[in-house]
Ligand binder design. Structure first.
Ligand SMILES: [Zn+2]
Ligand SMILES: [Zn+2]
Length: 282
């Protein structure tokens, strides 16, 4: 197992870094610098999963947050990934070594997690803000998890997590997935949409809530991304944890997600950028 050749620590942070939120009794969201991880499972049962694996260099912080919630020496049954961008797999090798647990991701994401394929280069020329301009510094070479990563079952189920199922929400990446629990309409959306304007350094720092599409500089297929947002909006989620930004719920989530779904071309798709095609803009 190895990280990509350009793997490195990224010196960036936000107002909510290091803060954990109990969104529901069995749904915990923890912010690592600028990205969220989630722990799904009731702290009484010790039966839980980790969603995503944070920023480079954050393994100890993630282990500490996990043990704080589930007790010392606790370990998840598995790690499930919304996708394989560097800020969602940044600490995964250390975590897998420490816990010795399997990793699951969508079949179409596996080439980016087994050293076969790099994601398209981030687009520093895209419309919108400072983060995009520094995005060419972000690690982009694929990590290699070897046999430790497996495809999520094709039937939509999630190993060790029967109450949730995964939904294919491509666009931001080909094998991007979101996780949904019908019983209480809980959604873990990854980067299919986010609740902070990821392009704005100010918004990332303050974590001011504003629903927006997937991070622009790393999204190569806007038509698919729009369809994915429509799909998630139709689920009518009651609460959503997104890859970036604070969790959102209730009427605020409903109205914002509706707005994003209806006006994705104006809100999410940049006016210019190398991955924007004329057909995306209507
Ligand atoms: Zn991403
Ligand atoms: Zn992300």
């Amino acid at each position: 197992m190895s990280y990509g050749d350009d793997y490195k620590y990224i010196p960036t942070t936000s107002a909510t870094s290091g803060i954990g939120l109990e969104v529901l009794p069995d749904l915990y969201c923890y912010n690592v610098k600028i990205v969220n991880i989630s722990l799904i499972g009731n702290p009484d049962t010790k039966d839980f999963l980790l969603v995503d694996a944070g920023m480079p260099g954050s393994a100890n912080e993630i282990i500490t947050a996990t043990e704080k919630r589930f007790g010392s020496s606790s370990r998840p049954k598995a790690i499930i990934l919304t996708h394989g961008h560097f800020d969602h797999v940044g600490a995964i090798l250390e975590l897998v070594k420490h816990w010795n647990v399997p990793v699951f991701a969508h079949e179409l994401e596996l080439p980016y997690l087994t050293g076969i394929k790099s994601y398209p280069d981030p687009d520093p020329t895209v419309e919108g803000g400072l983060i995009a301009k520094i995005s060419s510094l972000f690690p982009n070479e694929p990590i290699n998890l070897g046999e430790q990563v497996q495809a999520l079952p094709a039937d939509g189920t999630i190993p060790f997590l029967p109450a949730f199922h995964w939904i294919h929400t491509p666009g931001h990446t080909p094998g991007h997935v979101s996780f949904f629990r019908e019983a209480d309409r809980s959604l873990i959306a990854g980067d299919a949409f986010v609740t902070v304007k990821q392009e704005s350094l100010y918004s990332v720092l303050t974590q001011e809530q504003e629903i927006s599409g997937p991070p622009r500089y790393l999204t190569p297929d806007w038509t698919a991304a729009w369809n994915s947002v429509r799909k998630l909006e139709q689920l009518n989620p009651a609460v959503a944890i997104t890859g970036h930004g604070l969790p959102m719920e209730g009427e605020l989530l409903k109205s914002n997600l509706q707005k994003l779904s209806n006006h994705f071309d104006q809100i999410a798709i940049p006016d210019y950028g190398k991955y924007v095609k004329p057909k995306d803009l209507h």
